[in-house]
Ligand binder design. Sequence first.
Ligand SMILES: Cc1ncc(COP(=O)(O)O)c(C=O)c1O
Length: 366
Amino acid sequence: MPINVFEPKSQFISQKKEIINAVKKVFNSGNYILGKEVLKLEKKFSELHQTKYGITVKNGTDAISISLRALGIKKGDEVITTSHTALATIAAIISTGAVPVIVDIEKFFYTINANLIEKKITKKTKVIIPVHIYGQCADMEKICKIAKKHKLFIIEDCAQSHGAKIKKKSIGSFGDISTFSFYPTKNLGAIGDGGIILTNNLKFEKKIRRLREYGWDYRRQTNEPGINSRLDEIQASILNIKLKNFNRNKEKRILIANKYLSEIRNKNIILPKVRTNTTHVFHIFSIMVKNKKKLVKYLNENKIFPGFHYSILSHQNIGYGKFCKFINKELIFSNKISRFQLSLPIYPELTNKNVNKIIKIINNYK
Ligand SMILES: Cc1ncc(COP(=O)(O)O)c(C=O)c1O
């Protein structure tokens, strides 16, 4: 059997009965959009991340663009972020007419290098979007200080970091707003699309709720246009079932990552590092290797299929670069990771036998 980098079906199988029952309940309820299941998910998920309000949306990309709009971001404003992220982060910024300003990542942790942010701040800068990439926490202490000093907003892109923590404080509770994706392979994944926005600010919460549904207020009146980015009850019910096992699944990912970290021994392979005093939730277990092609071929021959996050930096995508502000020679570690990075299979249902197989095969790689 091939071992793939993600295997979302295995999670469905592990909770098949419960998921099917929950979905049947929704079918019979006659209420299919923004109902009880959605409200339950918004409450539970915001509590889990130590924030007051949760507003579900259709996906993690909408979560970012709606958040930017809620902060009043418009054409020509600048948003500081990284290019070593899912294309979605940059796509969401560009969709508002704002300009993504690209900063390099840290050498060891692959998150935005906070020391490089200040020199990119101009009069047009309005927001910093740190991405907690792979499940690793960005350096929020430094980023929050910079944002405060320059009166900038922070939107945390938590699409890959559900449940990650800095000391005891949950990611998603540091910024003004935070955004999550429930894409099927994520650490909390739907069986379809989904996303959520968290905030502690009541004014933002109200505005986000309006923007996600045409701009309607509770009387269905509008002061400004919004979009339709509603989550349906079926996805919410599935997510509520999966939420019950969330902490257990998070621990399983960490267990697998720790096994990789302690047992992979190969001088050709650079293993990831975890920032001190943080909980890395290992959405992705990222390794670096000089000859990526050779290792991929070898792994494929052994029926292991790694992922690539990301071989093309966001601003290098045709159609995106012209909307971004960047100086390529400054993006030293972003460029490096795009050339040498591979993602090993990691998900809660990955068996111990397969983890051992992956370790053994990598250790035998020459
Ligand atoms: C870092 C990051 N941001 C945003 C997103 C967007 O999420 P979605 O695919 O749900 O729109 C993703 C998911 O791919 C992501 O990994």
